[in-house]
Every structure is written in structure tokens, then in C-alpha cells.
Ligand binder design. Structure first.
Ligand SMILES: [Zn+2]
Length: 210
């Protein structure tokens, strides 16, 4: 005979496992910078390689030891993380609060969609580079493996809602699904969004198709 207590534990475990199949882990993405090769060369010297400090959840991506200050028309953000490796285009991802601090009107964009975005000044160790564009507020998104996309019944580019439980529970609308075999499944929100839902480590959100 199974005791009521054991049964309850078993049910809890089953519910936890099932919930993992209908929810995604949410990570807060702090303000950060991606650099192209010419900007790395200009700031750190020709052929310089960024130094990996800590791997990120997305395979091959890392936070580097190097950091930069971002200088905008009305303000400055010091010691901003650079994420490696180098990319085809430099890109600065801010929260709306950060953009207001700098005095920039940054548009909401998917990563890599940089046409008609403002530029900014990047500086460190007395050197500075003006990038002509690339400042965005990243559209909230879910990185997803093809296997999980099948499981959730969603496609690359699909817009969904994600519901977060808890005392500041809310529904994130306009969340874009991004599918690639190079991803691990995680939702990314910026710090404004993370604070809005009282995000803590390991929190998960449920995906709702629109
Ligand atoms: Zn992301």
C-alpha cells in the first residue's frame, strides 16, 4: 500500500515534470554589448580576442572579462558587459530605463535587426569608438530547440504570450519564438521586464499561442 504522503509526493513530482514540458525557464538579460571585429580592434588593439569569463545558457556564448562604458547624449552607463564571441555587427542591448538614462530613443527590435537604430559612444581605457547604429531594446523572446518547438507546437518567428505566476504574476504579450538547433530553450527578458514580474532564478513561464 502506498501512503497518502508518498502519493502526494509522487503527484508533486509528476506535476513538476509535466510543467517542465509546458513552461520555459526565464532568464533576465542584463544590458550588454556585442562587438564586431573592427570595433574590437579599435578599442583593444588589432586582432585582440575577448577573454571568456563565464559561459551563457546559449551554447558558445560567453560574458567576457572586458567591459565598456556607454556614453549617450544625456548620460553614461559604466562597466557594461561585453558578450562574446565577435559578431558581424556591433549591437548594444538596453532596457527602456537604460535608454532613458543615456538620453537615447532606442527602438524595440529583434536581435540583428539594426536598420534605423541610433548609435552611441563606447569607451574604455581612454579609447573610444562611435558606433553609427546598433542600439536596441531587445524584443522579449524565447530561444528554442527544434525539438521543443515541436513539443510546444510553435514555429520560428511566431508571436506568443507567456504567463508568469507568483505575487507579481503577469502575462508577457508579443514574445517572439526563435528556433535553432544552436539554442538551448530559454526565455529572455530585460531587467525592466524581470523586475515587473519579480523574476527569481529558475522561474518559468507558460506559453500560450495567440
Ligand atoms: Zn536571447
Amino acid at each position: 500500500m502506498i501512503s497518502t504522503q508518498d502519493l502526494n509526493t509522487l503527484v508533486d513530482e509528476i506535476v513538476t515534470e509535466l510543467r517542465k514540458k509546458t513552461t520555459v525557464e526565464i532568464e533576465a538579460s542584463a544590458r550588454h554589448i556585442h562587438l564586431d571585429r573592427p570595433t574590437i580592434d579599435a578599442l583593444f588593439g588589432k586582432g585582440y580576442e575577448l577573454t571568456p569569463k563565464k559561459p551563457l545558457s546559449q551554447p558558445g556564448q560567453y560574458v567576457s572579462e572586458e567591459r565598456l562604458n556607454i556614453v549617450g547624449p544625456n548620460g553614461k552607463l559604466d562597466n557594461v558587459a561585453i558578450l562574446g564571441p565577435a559578431r558581424g555587427d556591433s549591437q548594444v542591448e538596453l532596457s527602456l530605463t537604460d535608454a532613458l538614462t543615456l538620453g537615447l530613443k532606442a527602438p524595440l527590435r529583434e536581435s540583428g535587426h539594426l536598420d534605423n537604430t541610433p548609435g552611441v559612444t563606447l569607451e574604455c581605457n581612454g579609447k573610444s569608438v562611435d558606433i553609427s547604429d546598433g542600439v536596441i531594446i531587445a524584443q522579449r523572446h524565447v530561444h528554442m530547440t527544434p525539438e521543443d518547438a515541436t513539443l510546444f507546437g510553435v514555429k520560428n518567428g511566431e508571436i506568443v504570450q507567456v504567463k508568469v505566476d507568483g505575487s507579481r504574476g503577469l502575462i508577457f504579450d508579443n514574445v517572439v519564438i526563435r528556433v535553432s538547433k544552436n539554442y538551448s530553450t530559454r526565455m529572455h527578458v530585460d531587467f525592466d521586464e524581470a523586475n515587473a514580474c519579480g523574476l527569481t532564478k529558475g522561474m518559468r513561464g507558460a506559453i500560450y499561442k495567440k
